[in-house]
Design a protein around this ligand. Structure first.
Ligand SMILES: C[S@@+](CC[C@H](N)C(=O)[O-])C[C@H]1O[C@@H](n2cnc3c(N)ncnc32)[C@H](O)[C@@H]1O
Ligand code: SF4
Ligand code: SF4
Length: 371
């Protein structure tokens, strides 16, 4: 079983408890996304985040945005892009965020992560590195595959022991990696890395994504449903998949236009784009309002603002991170019980008790690797 990181977990619980309290009492979003650049060194066929023309802020200006976000009550911070690590000052940005008191979470394609870069991030205090991995074999539509990224992943695993950060991977299920989905997830599981399984999102306002990545024909949809069922079985057998089982069932409803759900963008979280502007989510356009123009981040105002302006966008979009928070609002108890982190904590306590009582620890369920 993947070793349980007690030190990190105490930090998460402390920051989460504080964020939750503020969320309930002062109505501040639970977490924030900060787009530190929209530039990127890859061109993934599904991506709508990359925008080479968009200007970046300087290091000091980003520090000021971080201070503002923290002062406004955000304490969980996800670094987004573009590719954040192509910024030469990215470790300095992480260090500042850490010193201010954020829990920091980096989304990365991993291409810039040499062992030295990883050490710099570890020393700067990064808490979680979420690396994108779309395939175990070469994947021409993103390049985020293990033919390119295996060494980086191994370097991250090795550095995790030294620096104590957590590692997760983000896998985007699409019509071109579906036949290697099982193998890829099993390999990640054999590395004992928690896996986030996303589903390809179609942009609502432009049409530049590679069409063959989407499930369009009835045969492709049938194959998708089979693989979603396999993922559900793997999760039930103990694979460390972050999304709840219900998400994979609901993806089928979504593809069949039968899903009823509510996106919490603006209530659960808020995004800040590269020049400090408000951005409800990756798909919706950037608002013409800077974080410095807002007096406070009030979830009631933000949620209503988004709904009034963009209406029922959730009928045409479901993203895994939004779905996870929707699930939390809808089924809080089930959410906690289903959380991979919670299950690992329970197993860790059980193993410690077994050791204290002189019994051999029970092995968690495992999924065989078939590469
Ligand atoms: C926008 S990227 C930014 C960080 C970094 N460049 C990366 O690719 O990991 C964050 C995550 O969104 C995912 N992503 C990008 N476009 C997507 C889409 N259309 N549907 C679902 N996930 C997508 C990426 O694979 C990545 O895991
Ligand atoms: S690596 Fe990330 S930001 Fe870059 S093109 Fe791919 S998904 Fe977009
Ligand atoms: S459903 Fe949520 S994530 Fe999707 S476009 Fe609307 S606000 Fe954005």
């Amino acid at each position: 079983m993947y070793p349980f990181n007690w030190k990190k977990s105490v930090k998460v619980v402390r920051i989460l408890a504080w964020a939750y309290l503020r969320h309930r009492v002062k109505r501040t979003p639970l977490w924030g996304h900060l787009y530190v650049t929209r530039k990127c060194n890859l061109r993934c066929g599904y991506c709508f985040f990359r925008d080479p023309k968009k200007r970046d802020l300087s290091t000091d200006e980003i520090r000021a945005v971080l201070d503002r976000m923290h002062a406004m009550g955000i304490s969980f911070l996800a670094f987004h892009g573009g590719e954040p690590t192509i910024r030469k000052d990215f470790d300095a940005i992480v260090r500042h965020a850490h010193d201010v008191g954020f829990f920091t979470y980096l989304n990365t394609n991993g291409t810039m992560l040499t062992p030295e870069y990883i050490d710099r991030l570890g020393e700067a205090g990064v808490d979680l590195i979420n690396m994108s991995v779309d395939s175990v074999v070469e994947f021409e539509h993103s390049g985020k595959d293990l033919m390119h990224g295996k060494k980086v992943l191994e370097d991250l695993l090795e550095a995790r022991e030294r620096h104590g950060f957590e590692i997760t991977v983000n896998f985007v299920l699409n019509n071109r990696n579906i036949e290697v989905a099982r193998q890829t997830l099993e390999l990640m599981h054999s590395y004992r890395i928690p896996i986030s399984v996303g589903f390809i999102v179609k942009h609502l306002f432009h049409d530049e994504q590679e069409p063959s990545l989407f499930f369009r024909t009835e045969a492709e949809k049938r194959r998708l449903f089979e693989v979603l069922d396999e993922i559900i079985v793997m999760r039930r057998r103990g694979m460390n998949i972050i999304e709840p089982t219900r998400y994979f069932e609901d993806l089928k409803r979504f593809v069949n236009h039968e899903l009823e759900w509510e996106c919490m963008a603006g209530r659960d979280s808020i995004g800040i784009d590269t020049l400090g502007e408000l951005k409800f989510c990756g798909t919706l356009p950037t608002e013409d309002v800077s974080i410095f123009d807002l007096e406070r981040l009030d979830t009631r105002v933000l949620h209503r603002w988004r709904k009034d302006k963009y209406g029922n966008c959730h009928e045409r979009c479901v993203t895994n991170c939004r779905y996870v928070t929707y699930y939390y609002y809808k089924h809080p108890l089930r959410f906690v019980l289903e959380m991979a982190w919670f299950r690992r904590a329970v197993r860790s306590i059980r193993d410690r008790l077994s050791t204290l009582l002189g019994r051999p620890p029970r092995l968690g369920p495992s999924v065989p690797v078939r590469i």
